[in-house]
Each structure stands twice: as structure tokens, then as C-alpha cells.
Design a protein around this ligand. Structure first.
Ligand code: PLP
Ligand code: ZN
Length: 450
């Protein structure tokens, strides 16, 4: 295989200059905006589309390190030059597509699939991004660059992923969390993986400011998505979806958005496949936001002529509680290229939708619930038609949110009257009582599909 493929950083606004992916750089030195990872497409074009498809299919679910990973199966398209021995992988990716047949019927759509990105090593799609970032750090360290640690601000999935990949590689990690604003469940992953957990007397934005200050010293490397290396691996989810449909492109992809890195990564995956001839059409994209943190939705209503950050209010969808998304410019460009739409969901809509979907066999995180609630609205408005093939990206594992689900089913969530409430039925061991309870339950399940 020719190994002359290459990738580098370049300014998203087209300022001159290319920077090595092994350089510690997060922003364009000319304009200060974000960088993006660019690939030598001409070199990649020397291999025919059919040959790429065969290569990717051959590697799928193999155990040859690191190609059994859903990300590193596409290594030439991600970070082609990295040494395999420096790749830090948990064989992330290759997550299942759940055919949401029963749930789809309730929504009046025929061809609905949920991409279960939460069925991953640390329970969220952030693994797809973090494997790439931590691997590049390991390569830099192997090359003799003086990096002491990798750091991020987060209240949940980013810190969990960073801590796990850092621990797997033996690289020290530092996680900045706002004190008293994270649950034990959100704390325990980085603690268990041995990260330095800094619990700061501030909010998330304060943590983000602190980590940016600390990472000005180049020996502490920044793992937030302001660093576009963090999202380069996430584009493989687009390739995986198409591959799982025998290289056919779905009509719609719906995903929740907060900092808006993932939507641009997803778009890049589709664009790269089209440029290299693996596909000939693009899906439409819907970004779903919580109404309590909806700056992208507001900008969409104004045709993206104007963007204004908001102060994010508290939402059950805590991973997307972001008022000033760092990747806003990239996300607008993606939505424009993919004929995209933005929808929002209220707290009641997102938690009810999560519960309704769970009743059809899923076990979703609240962010996935935001995506599903947006889908329901778009189907109702006939923006999405009932025969179209739809993929909803489920971003995290519902097991990270059991506290919330317990509160829902016990009816203790403030302001929420749970329509799907399901509580343990406490009985004596009396057969008649048990039989009655079963009859009642059978009737209830029957009614759900009507
Ligand atoms: C990070 C995250 C998101 C949002 O992704 P962005 O790239 O910030 O838009 C959504 N859901 C979950 C579970 C996440 O961890
Ligand atoms: Zn620039």
C-alpha cells in the first residue's frame, strides 16, 4: 500500500499556512479562528473507490491491531502517518444500528435506524474522537516532544473518554470540573481511570477558561473540540453508517448538537466519501437542540445571517447545555451544504420522547431523546417523509443517566408528569393479585401500539 497519504491543519477561513498535526497549535495564527484537518485528496484518489470499499470491508470487525477499530479501519483517511505502535485504541466504533421498527411505526416512518454510538468503551461517541487525539499525543511524545499531560474541561463524556485513553496509554490526564455541578456518575469515570480531577469553584465556562489558560503552556495538551484533532475521528461515524447500509446513503441523519463539533465531523465524513467516489449523494442533516440551550436553533430561524451566544439554562440533556458553541462557524457551513434543518425540544418533550423510545426496547440518553423529539416534529410537519430512510445518532449510553430515569419513573422530576411512568408493583405472594397485575400489564402494552 502506498504510504504517501498526508494530513495537516489549515485555517477554516482559508488563511495561508499549513501546520503539522504533530505541532501544538489550536488556532489560526493569522485570524485566530479554528483550524481544521485537511487531507491530501489527490493522493487518496490514486486508489479507486471500489478499492477503498474493499479495504474497509475487509478490515471490518477484524482483530488486527489497530484496524479492528471503527476509526482506525479508516486510518488513511484519519491520520495516515501515525505509527501503529503509537495508536491508543479500545476498538471503538463499529457500533450497531438499531432498527427502530416498532418505535418508527408510532412515529409513522417506515425506515428508522438508531446508530448506537453509546455502545462504546466509555459509553459515548467521544471515544471516536479521543482515540485519535491521544494517539497523536503518544506519537508526539515518542518523537521527543515535551508533553507532560493532556487536559480538558467537561462535566461528562469528554472527561470520561480522555481519562480512559490516557490511562490505557500511561499518559497523565487532567480534568476540569465545576464543583457541585456534576453528579457522582459523571465523576466516577475519570476518578476510576486515575485522572487528576480538579473540582473548581466555578461553572463550565469558568473551567473552559481555566483549561485554555493552562494549555497556553505547550507541555499541557488541550483535548477539547476547539482542537480539531479531537473531532477528526468522529467523521468515521458517517462512513460506518453508509457501510452498514451496503454503501447506500440514508436520506436523513438526525443528531443532538451542543458545541457543534460532531455535526461538522459527520458532514466531513460524507463529503470525503463523495469526493473519493464512494457515494454520489449526500443525506440531509437535522441538528437537534434543547430549548434551554438553543443558540444554533435561533440562528437557523434567522437563516444563519446572525449568530448570538445565549446563556444556557439547565437542561436534562446536560452534555449539550452550551450557550456559546466553539464550532459554530463549521456547523453553519455544514448545514448549508447538507440542506440542513435545526429543531429544538423542551424539557418535557425530550424526557417523554426518551421514555417512549425506551418502551420500544431502547435505553436512551436524554440527548438522543432530543434527537427523537426533533424527528417527531419534522415528520409531523412533513419535512421528513414517512418512506425516507432516517438515521438518528444516539450519542451516549442510557446507563450513564440512570439517576434521571429513576427520577422520571418515580415521578420526582420537577415539573414533569410522566406519561410512561412504570413503577415496581409491590404485592404479597398472592396468586390472584399477581394474575391481575399481569392482565393489567398485557392490556397496557397492547394499547401502546394503537
Ligand atoms: C458531546 C456530546 C454531544 C454534543 O456533541 P457536540 O459535538 O458538542 O455538538 C451530544 N451528546 C452527548 C452524549 C455528548 O457527549
Ligand atoms: Zn485564519
Amino acid at each position: 500500500m502506498p504510504m504517501n497519504y498526508n494530513a495537516w491543519f489549515q485555517c477554516i477561513n482559508g488563511c495561508p499556512g499549513q501546520f503539522s498535526l504533530l505541532e501544538v497549535i489550536y488556532r489560526c495564527p493569522s485570524c485566530g479562528d479554528l483550524l481544521e484537518v485537511r487531507h491530501d485528496i489527490d493522493a487518496l484518489k490514486t486508489r479507486a473507490a471500489a478499492a477503498w470499499i474493499k479495504l474497509f470491508d475487509d478490515r471490518c470487525r477484524q482483530n488486527v491491531y489497530p484496524y479492528g477499530s471503527g476509526v482506525w479501519a479508516k486510518k488513511e483517511w484519519v491520520v495516515p502517518f501515525i505509527d501503529n505502535e503509537n495508536i491508543v485504541s479500545t476498538f471503538e466504533g463499529n457500533t450497531n444500528l438499531f432498527w427502530a421498527n416498532r418505535y418508527g411505526k408510532q412515529l409513522d416512518v417506515e425506515d428508522l435506524w438508531v446508530k448506537q454510538c453509546g455502545n462504546s468503551h466509555t459509553g459515548s461517541f467521544k471515544d471516536l474522537g479521543m482515540t485519535v487525539l491521544v494517539s497523536v499525543v503518544k506519537q508526539m511524545m515518542a518523537d521527543g516532544q515535551p508533553i507532560d499531560a493532556v487536559a480538558c474541561a467537561s462535566t461528562g463524556d469528554t472527561s470520561a473518554a480522555l481519562a480512559a485513553y490516557g490511562a490505557a496509554a500511561g499518559i497523565p490526564t487532567v480534568v476540569f470540573l465545576p464543583r457541585n455541578k456534576v453528579s457522582p456518575a459523571q465523576l466516577v469515570q475519570p476518578l476510576a481511570n486515575g485522572a487528576l480531577v480538579l473540582s473548581l469553584d466555578t461553572d463550565f465556562d469558568g473551567c473552559m477558561a481555566a483549561v485554555q489558560e493552562i494549555t497556553k503552556h505547550k507541555h499541557i495538551y488541550l483535548a477539547n473540540s476547539m482542537n480539531s484533532l479531537r473531532i477528526e475521528g468522529q467523521k468515521t461515524v458517517a462512513i460506518e453508517i453508509v457501510q452498514q447500509f451496503e454503501w447506500e446513503v440514508p436520506d436523513w441523519v438526525v443528531l443532538p448538537g451542543g458545541n457543534l463539533g460532531n455535526v461538522s465531523a459527520l458532514g466531513n465524513g460524507f463529503l470525503m466519501m463523495r469526493e473519493l467516489g464512494l457515494i454520489s449523494k449526500l443525506p440531509r442533516i437535522c441538528v437537534a437542540q434543547a430549548e434551554n440551550a438553543n443558540p444554533f436553533y435561533r440562528a437557523y430561524l434567522k437563516n444563519f445571517e446572525h449568530f448570538e451566544p445565549v446563556t444556557a439554562r439547565e437542561t436534562l440533556a446536560s452534555a449539550i447545555q452550551i450557550g456559546n458553541p466553539v464550532s459554530i462557524r463549521k456547523a453553519i457551513a455544514t448545514l448549508q451544504r447538507f440542506d440542513g434543518v435545526v429543531e429544538q425540544a423542551s424539557e418535557l418533550e425530550l424526557i417523554e420522547e426518551t421514555a417512549r423510545a425506551d418502551r420500544t426496547g431502547m435505553f436512551n440518553c436524554p440527548h438522543t431523546g432530543v434527537g427523537l423529539a426533533a424527528l417527531r416534529k419534522l415528520v409531523k410537519r412533513k419535512v421528513i417523509r414517512s418512506h425516507e430512510r432516517i438515521v438518528v445518532i444516539s450519542t451516549a449510553n442510557g446507563l450513564k443517566f440512570t439517576d434521571q430515569k429513576i427520577a422520571y419513573h418515580s415521578g420526582t422530576l420537577a415539573g414533569i408528569h410522566p406519561s410512561q411512568q412504570n413503577r415496581p408493583v409491590e404485592l404479597s405472594a398472592d396468586t390472584r393479585q399477581i394474575t391481575d397485575a399481569i392482565s393489567h400489564h398485557v392490556e397496557r402494552v397492547r394499547l401502546l401500539d394503537q
